[in-house]
Design a protein around this ligand. Structure first.
Ligand SMILES: O=C(O)c1cc(=O)[nH]c(=O)n1[C@@H]1O[C@H](COP(=O)(O)O)[C@@H](O)[C@H]1O
Length: 231
């Protein structure tokens, strides 16, 4: 599986098909709320049937019983990875796994937890969200909770990946969005890093949206980034 997950933040099936057509190999894509709210969940088996790997990013965050029921239904779609918010707590993450085990036909999807969104800065976490301490300590703590619940890994920024591997082990997945090329705008992202730095920090997967989807040559940009990650 490739190490670069392309965020298909589009609002129609047509845009997805236009984007994927020029790729002559299976790639790893992320289907999030923009696309599912526009096209419905059927977009997941549709993209899977084209041969691509799918990270279904719906960030479930609710009471355990509701998350369990939601995951039971999501498990049937055949996604490779699904996610929850670690802020929902250990019982909620355990319930997510129970739901996946009940719903999966065959192997369950990997389940990872979002720690602190990459759009959250240190200042914002302390002063808006009311969480004291450093981002890295909060992210490490959430990662340890995710591991205790039996999850397969976390979503974090590149800047926390190494510390997470140190406390949770090398096999515990770190999936890192907030990736920017040196020439890109940060946009809404706060904790950003280049693919080179992600590789250096040992991130298992990077999630890249606009740097690829809005590139003049998405296939070329994808391959340039994937070469850095695989190198
Ligand atoms: O769960 C995610 O994928 C996610 C978590 C996070 O902390 N930050 C984050 O940016 N993402 C997603 O990663 C993608 C990043 O997109 P770009 O900023 O365009 O590269 C978006 O689809 C976000 O929804």
């Amino acid at each position: 599986m490739s190490k670069t997950i392309v965020a298909l933040d589009f609002s129609s099936r047509q845009e997805v098909e236009n984007f994927l057509r020029p790729f002559d190999e299976p790639i790893f894509v992320k289907i999030g709320m923009e696309l599912t709210y526009a096209c419905g969940l059927d977009i997941v088996p549709l993209v899977k049937d084209m041969g691509h790997h799918v990270f279904l990013d719906l960030k479930l965050h609710d009471i355990p019983n509701t998350v369990k029921g939601g995951m039971k239904n999501l498990a049937k779609l055949g996604a490779d990875i699904v996610n929850v918010h670690a802020a929902g707590g250990i019982p909620m993450m355990e319930a997510a796994l129970d739901g996946l085990a009940e719903g999966a036909q065959g192997k369950r999807p990997l389940c990872i937890a979002v720690t602190q969104l990459t759009s959250v800065s240190q200042e914002m976490m302390n002063n808006q969200l009311g969480i004291s301490g450093t981002v890295i300590d909060c992210v490490k703590h959430y990662a340890q909770n995710a591991k205790a619940a039996g999850l397969d890994g976390v979503v974090c920024s590149v800047h926390e990946a190494k510390a997470i591997h140190d406390v949770c082990g090398k096999e515990f997945l770190t999936v890192t969005p907030g990736i920017r090329l040196l020439t890109d705008d940060r946009g809404d992202q706060k904790r950003v890093a280049t693919p080179e730095y992600a590789k250096e920090q040992g991130c298992d997967y990077i999630v890249v949206g606009r740097s690829i989807t809005k590139s003049d040559d998405p296939v070329k940009t994808y391959h340039q980034i994937e070469e850095i990650m695989e190198g």
